[in-house]
Design a protein around this ligand. Structure first.
Ligand code: ADP
Ligand code: ADP
Length: 226
């Protein structure tokens, strides 16, 4: 687990208007932070700079007390959970969860121990031999989160993970993500367009507009103003 501190973060693509323009934001250890704002306001760019998929033009990105501006994504120990879950269809649930550990050449018994532990937390124990095609949307999302858990990632980053789902499944997934995040207590940054997601999931909501922070507030302050 780790805090994420952004100090005067700027992202300039080419010579246009900065996509992210002097953003300073502290996300506490274990906090669930939501990023909202109109399309093009810089949400994805900010998320990608946290993960390291995008260079930072200026400012400091500090994760767990350590400046990470120059660290490659694999050295940041964060986990991005994508919209489509990015599961490997030909691999079992076990191998999907184990995948990042295999990449790091972890010994088999340690891989088995960690995957077993994660699948216990995620209630996937019965499904370890299945392929993703035979899982529900909710179970797939849990597999994706399992990957983050086995790596002992310090934070979860979500980029509109539910936007392709129908309303019913979206509701289930909201509950699922909320339950897991509370249980794991892991720092989370979550981009969404959806006010219900922002309200039910977020400890705080950061509203971006044209690359700047317009407001940071609790969901209640933001959405239940008289
Ligand atoms: P959001 O996620 O809030 O929709 P983005 O972070 O995707 O916003 O985009 C912020 C701004 O940066 C937009 O004006 C977008 O066109 C621009 N932008 C995003 N990615 C790139 C890129 N790779 N090259 C040039 N401009 C980009
Ligand atoms: P979203 O609407 O989900 O925020 P976009 O459709 O804006 O995503 O962007 C999709 C991809 O295109 C992203 O990888 C982003 O970096 C890139 N992109 C966005 N705007 C630009 C741009 N003006 N120039 C180049 N690439 C861009």
């Amino acid at each position: 687990m780790a805090s994420i501190e952004m100090r005067n973060i700027v992202k300039q693509y080419g010579d246009g208007f900065p996509a992210v323009n002097d953003v300073s934001l502290d996300i506490a250890d274990g906090e669930f932070m939501i990023l909202v704002g109109p399309s093009g306001c810089g949400k994805s760019t900010l998320l990608r700079m946290i993960v390291g998929l995008e260079d930072i033009t200026s400012g400091d990105m500090v994760i767990g007390g350590k400046r990470v501006n120059d660290l490659a994504p694999r050295d940041r120990n964060l986990s991005m959970v994508f919209q489509n879950y990015a599961l490997y269809p030909h691999m079992t649930v076990f191998e999907n969860i184990a995948f990042p550990l295999r990449l790091s050449k972890m010994p088999d018994d340690e891989v088995r121990r960690r995957v077993t532990e994660a699948s216990d937390v995620l209630e996937l124990k019965e499904h370890l031999d299945r392929k993703p095609a035979n899982l529900s949307g909710g179970q797939r999302q849990r597999v994706a989160m399992g990957r983050a858990i086995v790596r002992q990632a310090e934070a979860f980053l979500f980029d509109e993970p539910l936007s392709n789902l129908d309303a019913k499944l979206r509701g289930q997934m909201r509950t699922e993500i909320s339950r897991l995040q509370r249980r794991l207590g892991i720092t989370t940054v979550y981009v969404t367009h959806d006010q219900t997601e922002a309200m039910t999931l977020g400890d705080r909501v950061c509203v971006l507009r044209k690359g700047k922070i317009q407001q940071v507030a609790s969901p209640r302050e933001l959405y239940e103003q008289p």
